[in-house]
Design a protein around this ligand. Sequence first.
Ligand code: BG6
Length: 467
Amino acid sequence: MAERKLYPSLYRLRASHQLPASFYVVGAGRTALTDDEFRKRVETAVLSSEKNADPTQLSLFLSSFYYRSLRYDDPTDYKNLSDALDPLDRTHGTQGNRAFFLSVPPSLYAKVIAEIGRAGLAREQVDGGGWSRVIIEKPFGRDLTTALHLSREIRKTFNEDQIYRVDHYLGKETVQNILVLRFANILFEPLWNRNFIDHIQITVAEDIGIGHRAGYYEEAGCLRDMFQNHLLQLLCVTAMEPPASFHANRVRDEASKVLRAARPIASNRADSLCVRGQYRGYLQEPGVASESRTETFVAMKVLIDNWRWQGVPFYLRSGKRLPSRRTEVIVRFKHVPHSLFQPLQPTDLTPNTLVLRIQPEENLSLSFETKHPGPKLCMSSVEMDFDYTQSFGRPPEAYERLFLDAMAGDQTLFIRSDWINLAWSWLTPVLNHWTEGHPLPYDAGSWGPDAADDLLSRDGRSWTNGG
Ligand code: BG6
């Protein structure tokens, strides 16, 4: 993770002059490395994603990287690390401000954090300077019990306002734009409710399989890997009430309220509301058990029991080896109540649709009916588009924004522990139900098992798969 995301993102921040001048990184791990050897690794990681990195910028950037070897369970090593940080703080003028990014297997989170605490590294100075923060990647537990346990362990060392739990989807510009679109315009919010919206589809599709991640994926499966975090976050930004301000806790309060209002899925309803699939060929992937029941696809119908969304289904789906990589939120508005264009009926007119494309295309489009030129009363649907890259250039990587926010102390785009607990407890009946039975097979390159289509066709609807 550090090599794939952290170093390249930090470099891009440096190259775009967004990193503070007072900044340094100490790599710490079991391998014995000199500073120079570590810098070489960082350089390779940066160059693998930034082929045209400016050599002068890069060498300046690398000069602020250091390395100390550290055995994760040895208190002396943490003490040595702590002793090494003090002079570096002075050299680089960082005033004792420290962020710990845990690029270690999740099973080590609690141990490493406890040792950080024991070495006095989690202590913040009350006199203004010297904050200490920890940045943690998912998975945060594998169910409610393990998540609660991990939280309890971490809280022995860090307070909630020092903990930055990453969901990289929140760092994506296009995801943040959902909030801006909704709450910085007068146009959408009055329509954003059960009176005008028929249903919402959220798709996070990937064309890749699990690659070499069987060790992790076999334990996780799609529900834990994608739903417990990314899909439910997309649901929350799409469905939340307007926060009173863009303050971290106000925004996160509203995200949590969405999960509180999500209608519980009782185990005996799981089969009618959720579909799990496994792509054909999964069992032959390296490292996958020959009888594996791990799901690589999930589709779900979610209902939100509040005033705004009563009766509006949210259909969520995600999977590996689908036809294309595509993340999008589709807001399908209702039909007009009456057609004055007889003999056309209201249902003959295509309802307005707002498509928020998160990736790989980063754009949004709004479709509406127009008069087709000619003497007869013909109509066509047309689309009004906004494209990120055309308007602003390529948006920055999610991690750039997240690392910058963690340094700036802004937790808005990080997950609060109550949200994690709500997400796990909402999913628990489904997780329990799926300890039995088997996922439905689907062909690689298809949109998942037929049952995913049935989920919508039962309601007289269908997934939007095209374009
Ligand atoms: C990760 C999952 O959180 O997100 C992966 O563990 C998945 O399985 C990835 O491939 C998708 O992220 P993105 O940004 O490529 O959509």
